[in-house]
Design a binder for this molecule. Structure first.
Ligand SMILES: [Zn+2]
Ligand SMILES: [Zn+2]
Length: 344
């Protein structure tokens, strides 16, 4: 089968190769014929191979945001049969550790990341387990179902780890897919104003997309955050801040813009040590929570929200044919497209 493989521990070296098809080995294995796979920021990092990615297995088939059709099932699989339309979870949790046993499969002690530590879904077929699959609604396209994975990350951050009250003013930092979907879920939950904050690099693509989804936006490099928030919402401070950018500066700004007694949820991944002004946050009794990946019910929630259109992905993605997969990576890295989705 064809697959997109990271072949060397060097920047670049991502190739379309002919590799062996996966086969059923254990009785809960499922083989999925992939229809669509979205390219994640971590796939782009794997392409670039920065210092923090030595944990990767190389060579490895990349990709973990996928949807497709069940091709074959192991003898003990009961919930899926060949022909079912499905999407798959990205983290293979063990199901046996103390976190898994208490339902926190997103922070499994033995978690393995698909497409980095085990072979991924940028290929014609993937072997996975019954417990990592979800059936997808009939009317949902394979492209959007593949993106249910990053949407589930937003769902976990907002629904499980943030308290939104009707009438809240909410600021979301980082207009990538996780931020833009988090903002939409916040709106569904009844916030009065949702403002998305970006920087100069977001002005060409991401901020216009945020605006097309009906959000007010601030470019924090061009205007003063508090006064612009006041202009847009009549409020100088936010009740809730959701930080999805992973930038040190956004942490400082989050601490400035949150009201006394408000809350900050951290979702972004910080690639270096960061500074956070804790003294003010302590004095203002600001609630700080973190949120990482997602769990079974977050996938089910977002599949429903994608089906009933309370979350709209249309302005976010661009479809590439399999033979243009390397171009999809390059366009993603050059910020020409917010979310490349490869049709397989
Ligand atoms: Zn991802
Ligand atoms: Zn576990």
């Amino acid at each position: 089968m064809k697959a997109i493989v990271k072949t060397e521990r060097k920047p670049g070296n991502v190739e379309i190769l002919e590799v062996e098809e996966p086969k059923i080995k254990e009785d809960d294995d499922v083989i999925v014929e992939i229809k669509s796979c979205a390219v994640c920021g971590s796939d782009l990092h794997a392409y670039e191979y920065p210092p923090s990615y030595e944990f990767m297995k190389v060579p490895v088939i990349l990709g973990h945001e996928y949807s497709g059709i069940v091709k074959e099932v192991g003898s003990k699989v009961t919930d899926f049969k060949p022909g079912d339309r499905v999407m798959g979870e990205s983290n293979q949790y063990c199901g046996k550790c103390s976190n898994c046993k208490t339902g926190k499969t997103n922070i499994c002690l033995n978690s393995k990341m698909t497409g980095l530590m085990i072979d991924g879904s940028l290929a014609e077929y993937i072997k996975t387990k019954e417990r990592y699959l979800h059936k997808i609604p009939e009317k949902l396209s394979f492209e959007e179902a593949a993106m249910a994975q990053p949407c589930a990350v937003s769902d976990h951050a907002v629904v499980d780890n943030t308290k939104i009250k009707p009438g809240d003013t909410v600021v979301v930092f980082g207009p990538g897919i996780v931020g833009l979907v988090a903002a939409q879920i916040v709106r569904v939950l009844g916030a009065k104003d949702v403002v998305i904050v970006g920087t100069d690099v977001d002005m060409e693509l991401r901020i216009p997309i945020a605006q097309s989804l009906g959000f007010k936006t601030i470019n924090v490099q061009q205007s003063d955050l508090s006064s612009e928030l006041l202009n847009l919402t009549g409020r100088q401070k936010a009740d809730v801040v959701i930080e999805c950018s992973g930038a040190n500066k956004a942490l400082q700004d989050a601490a400035t813009i949150v009201r006394k007694g408000g809350a900050i949820t951290l979702v972004g991944i910080y690639n270096k040590p960061v500074e956070f002004p804790f003294t003010n946050l302590v004095r203002n009794e600001v609630v700080i929570r973190t949120s990482y990946t997602c769990k079974w019910d977050n996938y089910e929630n977002v599949l429903m929200m994608l089906e009933n259109k309370s979350v709209d992905l249309k302005p976010l993605y661009k479809i590439y044919p399999f033979k243009e997969a390397i171009k999809a990576f390059e366009d993603g890295l050059n910020k020409k497209v917010l979310k490349p989705v490869i049709r397989i």
